[in-house]
Design a protein around this ligand. Structure first.
Ligand code: ATP
Ligand code: MG
Length: 585
């Protein structure tokens, strides 16, 4: 587990950390700044706005911001960028802290809130007014937009741009005192209305907004804008490298303008990297909030959500997510990562660690006609073939069993090697059985299979060396635990959820099959009181995580990921049909 690391490493000679650390352009800049002595240790921050739950995209930013000081020596601050009280809530603050910790990171004593700086930010705004670099503007939001101009046309100066310092000081004080209605006046920086970068055309610093803040309550009725608050918060905290996503590249001149014109104690540097995008996934808090609020999913921690709370509930591990973040790396160009790659990181992790268990999702009864009535044998099953230390467990075997409906075909096609009339298969860790008959109800549906068991094959091998082509998982009917199993699949049917028909939106691409609930699954008895969060491999089916909806005697399991990438086939087929890459946007 990564931990907060405060001491600088020895950076001389062949430092093993230097050798093994991830390489990317941000780490190169940090290394250079330490080498030249520009900084003696690195200070980064992860700055979420508490207006939603963290998602897997944030994990990339967390991995970078916490990873760098761990590798180079220094610290990472967790700072809540809470400058917009109308959308922010304590619930989000709590969930964000929980998720960062769950990923294995620790901010130590460095927990901050932009709202703690409201006083300082206000004083610096007054400083800008005093130095003639800010003014109170009476234009409303629409007018401000209209005056701003476009990429091809310069803006027009606000008619209030040339107010005197005294008048501005008075008006700003009265804004703060609550004399003006919401949205009626703003404080704006006085930069350049013809600047080629629109962010530099007298950006708004403060707006009047009567909203109760989750921390400062009703103490303020003016709130700083993000661009003004963010860099100055970095400067107050002594952040050395302020790492953010590419959409802030155009805001960098403004970031630097504030730093240059204010008496700040430190001069942080903003660096931008490409945000994470994943196929079949929406990573925008606005959309995720809409899915929650309109009931398309069951909540922020619905296992189909790309939120850390959602994928944790689904069965993702912090190790798998950290490996994923390391492997995708950090670059300057936007790209889209295949969801299959995230899934593979989870499989690779769980393959090593998850105990194997038997569970039958869609049960088909099998009666072993030559097996003694009432007899129960305890079979030794291997817990994890990848990990001999995991040992074995006892699983009861008896005359009546369940196997998977999919593992039987009455008229098997050529390549179907599993159970069929007259066919012999192996039951994992138990015996070879041969199907001798099929019972049906009056509608012609199969109700049970009749089989014989070869009692000379105990443990799953024959002395004559014969070996059936298929090995099936099974559960003893008399001992089976009834369970609900939720089969989750990707939330969107399209690699790019933004590729929707005209007149619709991304919700048109929601996958109606993203959740299939099986109420009648049968599990081996060791799972009767599975604790929520327990992750196992159901043999031959995938990795499953016990859900918090489990009740004593009736576990509920979520499918985290199948054993193989079944979508690779679907995608290949799509690709062949459409003639263009289904996995690329
Ligand atoms: P929205 O989705 O509404 O644009 P946001 O995801 O940017 O919001 P923040 O709370 O501002 O929300 O994000 C905190 C930090 O995480 C920011 O520094 C942001 O750049 C980074 N971040 C957000 N999304 C991603 C992503 N997909 N990939 C990498 N970093 C991200
Ligand atoms: Mg943001």
């Amino acid at each position: 587990m990564p931990t907060h690391d405060s001491g600088p490493h020895d950076r001389t000679g062949t430092d093993p950390i230097e050798e093994s650390r991830p390489k990317d352009f941000i780490r190169d800049i940090v290394a250079e700044d330490l080498r030249t002595g520009k900084h003696t240790s690195v200070v980064t921050r992860f700055p979420p706005e508490p207006n939603g739950y963290l998602h897997i995209g944030h994990a990339k930013s967390i991995s970078l911001n916490f990873g760098i000081p761990k590798e180079f020596g220094g610290e990472c601050h967790l700072r809540f960028d809470d400058t917009n009280p109308s959308k922010e809530e304590q619930e989000y603050v709590d969930s964000i802290m929980e998720d960062v910790r769950w990923l294995g990171w620790d901010w130590g004593t460095h927990l901050y809130y932009a709202s703690d700086y409201f006083g300082q930010l206000h004083d610096w705004a007054v400083h800008l007014i005093r130095t003639g670099l800010a003014y109170v503007c009476d234009l409303n939001a629409d007018q401000v937009r209209e005056y701003r101009g476009t990429l091809t046309h310069p803006g027009k100066p606000s008619p209030f741009r040339d107010r005197t310092v005294e008048e501005n000081l008075d008006l700003f004080a009265r804004m703060k005192a609550g004399e003006y209605p919401d949205g009626s006046r703003t404080l704006r920086a006085k930069i350049d209305m013809a600047h080629p970068n629109l962010n530099m055309r007298d950006p708004v610093l403060y707006r009047v907004l009567r909203a109760t803040h989750h921390r400062t309550g009703d103490a303020w009725c003016i709130y700083p804008m993000y661009d003004y608050a963010h860099g100055q918060s970095d400067a107050i905290e002594g952040i050395t490298h302020s790492v953010c996503t590419l959409e802030f590249e155009d805001h960098r001149p403004l970031y630097e303008w504030f730093i240059e014109h204010l008496p700040v104690p430190h001069k942080p540097r903003q660096l931008e990297f490409a945000r994470l995008n994943i196929t079949y996934t929406a990573l925008s808090k606005r959309k995720l909030l809409e899915l929650v609020q309109k009931g398309y999913v069951a909540g922020w921690d619905d296992p189909r959500m790309p939120t850390l709370a959602g994928i944790r509930r689904r069965g993702y591990t912090p190790e798998a997510i950290r490996t994923f973040c390391e492997k995708i790396g950090v670059a300057k160009a936007n790209s889209v990562v295949d969801l299959a790659f995230l899934e593979q990181c989870l499989r690779d992790d769980l393959n090593k660690r998850a105990p194997r268990r038997m569970g039958v999702l869609r049960p088909l009864k099998v009666v072993l006609e030559n097996y003694p009535e009432g007899q129960v044998e305890e079979m030794d099953l291997v817990n994890n073939p990848e990990d001999p230390a995991a040992g074995t467990r006892k699983v009861p075997f008896s005359k009546v069993l369940y196997v998977e409906q999919d593992d039987f075909m009455e008229e098997p096609p050529k390549k179907f090697f599993r159970l069929a009339p007259g066919r012999e298969v192996r039951l994992r860790g138990a015996y070879f059985i041969t199907c001798t008959g099929v019972d049906k109800n009056e509608r012609g549906e199969i109700t049970e299979l009749r089989c014989t068991v070869d009692l000379n094959t105990r443990g799953g091998s024959a002395t004559d060396g014969r070996s059936p082509k298929a090995t099936l998982h099974w559960v003893s009917a008399a001992h089976a635990v009834n369970a609900e199993v939720r089969l989750y699949d990707r939330l969107f049917t399209k690699a790019n959820p933004e590729d929707y028909p005209e007149g619709q939106d991304y919700k048109a691409n929601l996958n109606p099959q993203s959740l299939v609930t099986l109420a009648g699954a049968k599990l081996e008895p060791s799972l009767v009181s599975a604790q929520p969060g327990l992750i196992v491999q159901f043999e031959r089916l995938g990795y499953f995580c016990a859900d918090r909806d489990s009740t004593p005697g009736r576990p509920v399991f979520n499918r985290a990921v199948t054993l193989k990438d079944t979508w690779a086939k679907v995608q290949a087929k799509d690709k062949a049909e459409s003639g263009k890459g289904a996995g690329s946007r």
